[in-house]
Ligand binder design. Sequence first.
Ligand SMILES: NC(=O)c1ccc[n+]([C@@H]2O[C@H](COP(=O)([O-])OP(=O)(O)OC[C@H]3O[C@@H](n4cnc5c(N)ncnc54)[C@H](OP(=O)(O)O)[C@@H]3O)[C@@H](O)[C@H]2O)c1
Length: 283
Amino acid sequence: MITITGATGELGKRIVQQLLLQVDPAQLGILTRSPAKAAALAEKGVTVHQGDYDYPEALLQAFRGSDVLMFISNTDIGRRKEQHDRVVAAATEAKVGRIVYTSFVQYDPESRLAKSHADTESVIRASGLPHTFLRNNFYGEPYLVEIELAMKSGFYRTPTDSDAGVSFTTRDDIARAAAAVLVGDHHTGKVYELTGPENTTPTTFAEIAGELSGKTVLHQQTTWEELRADYVERGMAEEWLGLSVMLEQMIASGKLGRVSNDIELLTGKPGKSFREYAKEQLG
Ligand SMILES: NC(=O)c1ccc[n+]([C@@H]2O[C@H](COP(=O)([O-])OP(=O)(O)OC[C@H]3O[C@@H](n4cnc5c(N)ncnc54)[C@H](OP(=O)(O)O)[C@@H]3O)[C@@H](O)[C@H]2O)c1
């Protein structure tokens, strides 16, 4: 039995789709707070467990009998420590055969986001459970809006300098790699870095927007105050401002550009670059 948390989300539903191509639905279980969201999966024969990272008993029941648990990180970074500790404790008590965790490519104690993933890896290691870590880079999907804005204005505005970029990946590629790791039997103790095949710098962003719009688009380096002002002007809610600036600061650090070929190694097919993805979505 493979049990998947976060299975109704954008990443989780893609992982379930990939698994359904390879295993009998009766071998799949998912966790959701709202089983109605997973009615179509239940109809296919997938076991739907109602559960919440806040309620240990339901987690224990959902995880019992799992050969592999796909643990997709929670959405609320502020509550990650307590919720993730609960998930790992329940998985340990349920004696799951292996836990596969969606971690992050970079260890950086200065970054709340990166640290939360590193802390979860530590808790999983300390649990003694066999495990596999998928260290994912940023998804490219949320950055399509930046390309659209640059296409309109002729400028890609960011404080990040021209060389610092991200080897963006996509949820589709992560899902293909995750399914391979869940179904395969030789991934215990392994760490995979799931990145795209190209480092997308601000210069690349401007190039992509230029190619898509047929006009010249330039990278315009702003200050951090100007970035905040741009976000406010776009109508970004106050609650997202801090996180969005933090993500841009992580990009500006220049530490997210490393390219790994683990997606190709796991799936036999290279991951999609942000350039290909943006052209496919916006072209
Ligand atoms: N690398 C990146 O660039 C990047 C970007 C965005 C997110 N992420 C990470 O990747 C994860 C998955 O992303 P996504 O796009 O699939 O997110 P999403 O579409 O928002 O889905 C979130 C999932 O988490 C589940 N969930 C939320 N709170 C829960 C709780 N208290 N108990 C149990 N389940 C809970 C939801 O299930 P129900 O609502 O059905 O209960 C849903 O299936 C995120 O949680 C985040 O950690 C990474």
